[in-house]
Design a protein around this ligand. Structure first.
Ligand SMILES: Nc1nc2c(c(=O)[nH]1)N=C([C@H](O)[C@@H](O)CO)CN2
Length: 121
């Protein structure tokens, strides 16, 4: 299964359950694995035949600016749904880290997988 990768994408958003978190933006770090067959794009050397990681990264930045969820779980679930609707993604793994949110931990967060994992060919 081929995957397009986006690693350590940083976005700023309002996120958190506590009162003090509702009036500030905080940074999230995102890792994405996006399943897509890259062979046609590679054969023709054509960006339009694969997932454009630049366009997807910019769309995620806009998504983060436009929302203010309490939980990282909600951010993850809603982002996965948006990406699946707007891009041709059969399966994705999304890891969201909230650095510094918990004392003595580098980061906390969630990892989800959504969609149907394509067969290995
Ligand atoms: N499973 C989760 N636990 C917690 C979350 C969360 O989004 N998911 N959020 C918080 C607070 O907002 C925390 O990040 C502030 O430091 C606590 N636990």
């Amino acid at each position: 299964m081929d995957q397009v990768l986006i690693e350590a994408l940083e976005v700023d958003t309002v996120i958190g359950v506590y009162d003090w978190e509702r009036s500030i933006t905080q940074r999230l770090s995102l890792d994405l694995c996006l399943a897509t067959d890259i062979r046609a794009a590679a054969e023709r050397d054509d960006l339009s035949l694969t997932l454009d990681y630049d366009a997807i990264s910019r769309r995620i930045g806009r998504f983060a600016n436009e929302h203010d969820f309490a939980l990282v779980e909600t951010f993850a679930e809603r982002l996965a749904a948006m990406l699946s609707e707007e891009f041709t993604i059969a399966w994705l793994r999304l890891t969201i880290r909230k650095p510094g949110a918990v004392a003595n931990a580098r980061a906390v967060g969630v990892m989800i997988e959504r969609g149907s994992r394509p067969e290995m060919t």
